[in-house]
Design a protein around this ligand. Sequence first.
Ligand code: ADP
Ligand code: MG
Length: 389
Amino acid sequence: MTLPDRIRLVVLFGGRSAEHEISCSSAANVVRALDPDRYAVELVGIDQSGTWHRAEAAEALLARGPASMPAALPLEGPVVGREVALRPAGAGVDPDVPTVVFPVLHGPNGEDGTVQGFLELLDVAYVGSGVLGSALCMDKAAAKTVLDAHHIPQCRWLQVDRSVLDDAAHRAVVLSRLGQKVFVKPANLGSSVGISVCSGDDELLEGLREAFRYDRVVVVEEALSVRELETAVLGPAEDLRVSTVGEVIPAADAPFYDYTAKYLSDSSQTEVPGDSSQTEVPGDSSRTEVPADVPHDVIEGARSLAVQAARALRVEGMARVDLFLTDDDRLLVNEVNTIPGFTNISMYPELWGASGVGYRELIDELVALALRRHADLAQLQRSRTDGAQ
Ligand SMILES: Nc1ncnc2c1ncn2[C@@H]1O[C@H](COP(=O)(O)OP(=O)(O)O)[C@@H](O)[C@H]1O
Ligand SMILES: [Mg+2]
């Protein structure tokens, strides 16, 4: 795919979500990888209250060269109107230079279709999935419903609303259908926030209360003993390519691959060496292995399932597909992330690196896909033509 020589790239980062800090680290890596000759980069930071800032401090650091970029982008700078920040031909911008927005925003208010809807209204090209794909993948209950409709294997699960808190009989049905040990998850969140593993009704009630702090819809799943495989897709909706498969091996003492195991601890700054096959994930012993040490047919099964899941969920551009490999060798889809992490320890860029697509090439391709999708949509007929007009 050919890219224009010059592109105005607006990187949106931060965001009103529990994954705000992760976004700031992801954005720093994305920006650092860009070819300065091709990209005129504008940085727009969204703070925890949802206010947009022209991130001038970060832009000044970037102007000094990629090497001076900190591990996480600071979002300080003047408040800017949302539309002004993204306007394709703002003052001083050459109208012939195409604009692409890269929403490096994880979780609600960024990865869930809201920002994508805003960008659609502004008619600007943006990286990643559209409104529907983003919203479907963000909502675990909606995603599971669609995956079931496509007969894509996943663990047994049920959707509950807040009425379950006062309904012991309903909770008993949940446990009898899913088993006594379950995972309780807010439908709309990520990074393991609000998730608990519960055994029996007392813990279930506690887990539900916790999950309902974050969302009004909660998913309860059978707790399985699994290995966690991840793979990455890249491409237009109808022609997604899939990377090799990696494994996430949570720390032995982590209750599951929780927030702490994912991001916190001293080693979270570990650089991912280009040729690494094993990378320490924070927590003393969580790590990733790329490629996963599983039989070839499991790798191929995971890759095929990932593409099926991504297509069913209307993914475009990019996604990381997370799978479970059960003790009895079944492959299940766990979840699909439409804006995967780009931090130093993130799997998405690592999986592509291991599949021969370097960081800079990856970002270039994502930007090219955004422009292609935007041009594609512009070609669609928007009204009926039957010759009568
Ligand atoms: N049904 C399950 N059985 C076993 N482990 C699970 C199950 N669901 C989630 N987990 C564990 O919890 C982690 C977080 O769950 P996940 O659904 O991926 O939430 P998030 O969207 O926050 O990443 C998973 O990576 C895995 O370690
Ligand atoms: Mg997950």
